[in-house]
Every structure is written in structure tokens, then in C-alpha cells.
Design a protein. Structure first.
Lengths: 177, 381
């Protein structure tokens, strides 16, 4: 089983991000589960959401205490979570990993997702685009699965679907480097 | 066609309600049940569900409207949580004594105070004496399935009692997981159209809600008690029929025994905690520990005899209670002790998960460790 934390600020869409990840993994033929760790539901407050992906049905319902991967949508939150991350931390930033000062044994991958989002979507919407980096580096979900998930979950949001898909593809491409 | 979708527990309930075709829906959203009325409003708006929604001004009005809708002979539904359920308290026994087969979802949330929006069972457990059947769910799929069964159980004439479907707030209501959404025709074949046994009709006037003097009130309550014990059989029958038609089952619909065949030590769980406990038991079994789980799905009616049979070989039983009856344990452990009165099994109570405190695998391991070592139960903080 793989456990993923998505960390963002209220309004950034961390919860939606983990939900789309769960739907995408399911579209790829895996079992999945996504759930938020709700705190104060205010604009700008830190929001954490979890996702589990497994080859077999998932019965466990405890919070995630030790994750395989973390996706950090706002770099100012990079130090503000307690869960141990074992494998990889993806940070949306234009800085270099060593500049973040993280105390972790996990690999750190910095991708300037905001920059791509501003260019492709025209707004700093990074929650969906960030999944492109996750897909490219971890191979836990396919781009096709993500595309189907976004269409299913955001179908009513018109041009935002196409824009997010374009952003995901661009983030995916630069994250492989 | 039936399809599997990754949706939340609250969405699963809304999807099932849509297939059960209620005619009127009184709604007053409250966290964490809000997604249920939200989704139902979408279904009505986009024409997937042909029902009228009444947006009321409080939960007291929502439950009063639910009473009124059933009095006019129509299938209805509402959803609430926590303080919302507490505000409904006054009307709950009026619906059950009127023998209206209403169905309500509760996304279990701690009662204030202090103010808290997260999961425990103190809202629904505090209403267990009001003549409502209470069915607790472990998964989003089970929430979907239980909703469909709930209408059928409630509307079975010898039951004619309301049903509360309980799902853990956030830790099930907001969890996205795969749910098989059944085909409308298949649900229609399982759940016949609602035919009220009594309703307000100007052509055939009746009085509903009249005063019962001391010479009749007692008999009304006795009739509810008889109906509730009938419900025990009906829940089993409806569950069996559901399992045959849809291919999914949850113990016998009242109680589920997990790894209990060789168990000497067992925990009793309710709702989503069971899923985490399944993993703990699998780990203990690998270490040759004789551990099992008894999951109570139906809190009312309480499966007394089946619980008695399940614990025949159990030395010590731990009860994980997500509710505290301040001053005397928790509702579940008190009921378990009462049902097992005269049995040789020792019952230890573990109050856990209050106000959304996570019931982790580690805490359930601790509870097992305590009962295996013969230690007393405690507040599993």
C-alpha cells in the first residue's frame, strides 16, 4: 500500500487533489481511498489531505502517520507537518531542495508548478497540475488515469478541465527531467 | 447499468436515496452531513430525481416536516448530525410512536460542548431509546447498501418503525472510496413502491397524533417494543434477500463476526473502527494470538442472543465505545454488559475516539494487549 499526503492552504484545493488522485488510481485498476484531515476550514489555513493506493481493497481507516509520498502545494508549509515521509517529497517552489532546509531522509523534488499554472491556466491553480509531477516521478498513477479522473470530477467546470489537463501534461514533462 | 465510482460515504447515501425515489425531502444541512442534501439538491435540479425539496429553517423543522410528509403518505428522507440531531430529539419518538417508516442518515459527530465538528457516536447513541432502528456502517459501499435496505426494513408492515443510518462523520462521510452504484431497475425490483398503511386523506378522515391517556399510552410503547423485536428478524431477512440479489453481505445484517472461530479475546466495534480493527486482528493472527472482532451493526434492535452465542468461547471481551455516558462507561459497553448478564465472559470498556481523536491501529493493539494480559479497560486516549 502507498500512502500520500497532500499539504496546501485552504482554497488551494489539497482535498480535491487527493480525491482526483484516488479516482485516477482507481481508473488505473487499483484500489484507493482519499480523505481530508479537516482543521479550521478557513481560506489560507493549512489543509492536509490523504490518499491510499493499493492492489487490494483498503479497510484501514486510521489517519496516515507515515507516508510514502508528500505533495506540498505551498512551500511555506514544507516544514509544518508531523508525518514521517519515507520516499519522496514534491514541493511547489522555484527554490532548490537544499535551500528548503528540510530534515528528512526522503528525496526532495522541487518543481515550479505555480509558474506553469500561471502560464497555462492563467491563475495560480496548482492542486491538479501538481499531480503531473507525482505521476511522472512515482509512476503510481498514469496520465491517462488522471485525465479520466479530472474529466469525471471537474466535468461541470468547462474550460478549466482542458486548462488543468494542459498544465498537468507540462508539469509531467518537466518533472521527468 | 451498475457502475463502480470513487465517491464519498455521504455521496453514497445520496446516490442510494435517489434510487429509492423519495417524493419530498426536508433538508437542513449541518457538518459533516451537508454533502447528502447538497447532492440530493443537485439530483433534483438536474432532473435525476423527481422530488420536491423543502429548505426548512432548522433541524426541528426538518424532522417535523418529515413527520408531516409521512402523514400524507409519501416516502421521504432527511440527513443530519450532532446538534442537529439533538434539536430533532423532541420529534424522534413522535415519528416512531406514529409508526412512520421514515429514514434518516446521521453523519455521526460529537455533541457540543466544547464545540467540535469531528466524529464520535455521542449524537446517535444519545437517541438510542427513541424507537428508531439504528444501523451503523463501516464503508461507503455499506452506507449505499444499508440505505436501500433501510427503506425496505422500515416499510415492512410488522416493523413500521423509522431507521437511522449512521456513518462516521468525516472518517466515512468525507472518505472517497470505490462504491458500486446499482442499476435503478434492480433497486426497483428489490424495493417496492411505498404503500402507507395510514395517511391523512380528506375523503377518509383519520386523526394522527391524538393524545393517549394513561389507559392507552402504555400499549403504544408495548407495540413499539414488539415491532422492534420483529425488526430483528426482518433486518436479517431483508439483508439475506439483499445479499442474494446484489452479492454483498454484512454479517447477518445485525452483527458481524470477524475471525471469531478460534478467538479467545475479542473487541466489539461499531462503524468504521471495524476496518482498522480488521488489520489489527490480521496482524495478531499472524503472531498466533487468538483475537477476533464482533461488529455491532444494529444498535437498535440490539442483537442480544446472537452476541451471547458469539462470545461462548471468549475469555475477555473489550468494547470500543465511541461515546461516553458520563458517570457510567459508554452506551455500547453498558448494553453489551446487560446483554451478557449471567455469562462467564469478562467485559472491559474502552472509551475511544471522542471528538474525532483518531482510533489508530496502535490504540487497538493496546486494547488487545490489555485484555490479553487481563488488565482493566480504560479511556483509550
Amino acid at each position: 500500500m502507498k500512502q500520500i499526503i497532500v499539504l496546501g492552504r485552504g482554497g488551494q484545493g489539497a482535498v480535491t487533489s487527493s480525491q482526483i488522485l484516488a479516482v485516477a488510481a482507481f481508473k488505473d485498476g487499483m484500489h484507493s481511498q482519499a480523505f481530508p484531515n479537516f482543521g479550521v476550514e478557513r481560506m489560507g489555513a493549512p489543509v492536509k489531505s490523504y490518499c491510499r493506493i493499493d492492489t487490494k481493497p483498503i479497510t484501514v481507516r486510521e489517519q496516515v502517520y507515515e507516508a510514502d509520498y508528500a505533495i506540498i502545494l505551498d512551500p511555506t508549509l514544507a516544514k509544518s507537518f508531523d508525518e514521517k515521509v519515507n520516499d519522496l517529497i514534491i514541493v511547489n517552489t522555484n527554490k532548490k531542495p537544499e535551500e528548503l532546509g528540510l530534515n528528512t531522509k526522503a528525496k526532495i523534488k522541487c518543481v515550479d508548478i505555480t509558474n506553469i499554472a500561471l502560464k497555462v491556466i492563467g491563475k495560480p491553480f496548482v492542486n491538479i497540475a501538481a499531480l503531473g509531477a507525482f505521476s511522472a516521478i512515482t509512476k503510481q498513477v498514469s496520465l491517462k488515469g488522471l485525465e479520466e479522473a479530472i474529466k469525471q470530477q471537474m466535468g461541470s467546470k468547462g474550460t478549466m478541465v482542458e486548462k488543468n489537463l494542459a498544465a498537468i501534461i507540462e508539469v509531467h514533462a518537466i518533472s521527468k527531467k | 447499468m451498475a457502475e463502480i465510482k470513487v465517491i464519498s460515504g455521504a455521496d453514497a447515501i445520496a446516490q442510494a436515496v435517489k434510487l429509492c425515489k423519495p417524493k419530498v425531502l426536508p433538508m437542513y444541512p449541518i457538518t459533516p452531513s451537508t454533502l447528502v442534501p447538497e447532492r440530493l439538491s443537485e439530483f433534483v435540479n438536474n432532473g435525476e430525481l423527481n422530488a420536491e425539496i423543502i429548505y426548512v429553517e432548522s433541524e426541528h423543522s426538518a424532522i417535523s416536516a418529515l413527520f408531516g410528509i409521512y402523514a400524507t403518505g409519501l416516502r421521504s428522507f432527511t440527513a443530519t448530525a450532532s446538534q442537529g440531531l439533538a434539536l430533532m430529539h423532541e420529534i424522534l419518538p413522535i415519528i416512531s410512536a406514529s409508526r412512520f417508516p421514515a429514514v434518516m442518515a446521521v453523519a455521526n459527530r460529537a455533541l457540543s460542548g466544547p464545540l467540535n465538528i469531528w466524529n464520535d457516536h455521542s449524537d446517535a447513541m444519545s437517541e438510542r431509546d427513541q424507537g428508531w432502528i439504528q444501523l451503523y456502517c463501516e464503508t461507503a459501499q455499506e452506507a449505499f447498501d444499508t440505505t436501500i435496505m433501510a427503506f425496505k426494513i422500515a416499510e415492512t408492515e410488522k416493523v413500521s418503525l423509522p431507521v437511522m443510518i449512521c456513518i462516521d462523520g468525516f472518517s466515512l462521510s468525507h472518505v472517497y472510496e470505490p462504491v458500486q452504484i446499482e442499476d435503478a431497475q434492480k433497486v426497483d425490483a428489490f424495493l417496492p413502491e411505498y404503500k402507507p398503511s395510514v395517511m391523512l386523506d380528506p375523503k377518509k378522515p383519520v386523526t394522527i397524533g391524538a393524545i393517549a391517556f394513561p389507559n392507552t399510552y402504555f400499549e403504544f410503547k408495548e407495540a413499539e417494543e414488539i415491532a422492534m423485536s420483529e425488526a430483528e428478524k426482518v433486518i436479517e431477512q431483508v439483508h439475506k434477500e439483499f445479499a442474494k440479489k446484489f452479492g454483498r453481505e454484512y454479517g447477518n445484517g445485525l452483527i458481524e463476526l470477524i475471525e471469531m472461530k478460534d478467538a479467545e479475546y475479542a473487541l466489539i466495534t461499531v462503524g468504521g473502527t471495524t476496518g482498522t480493527a480488521r488489520e489489527v486482528v490480521a496482524e495478531l493472527t499472524k503472531k498466533k494470538k487468538k483475537a477476533g472482532i464482533i461488529r455491532i451493526k444494529s444498535m437498535r434492535p440490539f442483537p442480544k442472543e446472537q452476541l451471547k452465542n458469539a462470545v461462548k468461547k471468549i475469555k475477555i471481551l473489550g468494547v470500543i465505545d465511541r461515546h461516553a455516558s458520563i458517570g457510567f462507561g459508554g452506551a455500547l459497553s453498558n448494553d453489551v454488559k446487560s446483554a451478557l448478564n449471567g455469562q462467564k465472559v469478562i467485559v472491559e470498556e474502552f472509551v475511544a475516539g471522542l471528538g474525532g481523536r483518531d482510533i489508530s491501529k496502535a490504540k487497538l493493539h493496546d486494547a488487545f494487549e490489555a485484555i490479553i494480559r487481563g488488565k482493566k479497560g480504560y479511556w483509550l486516549k
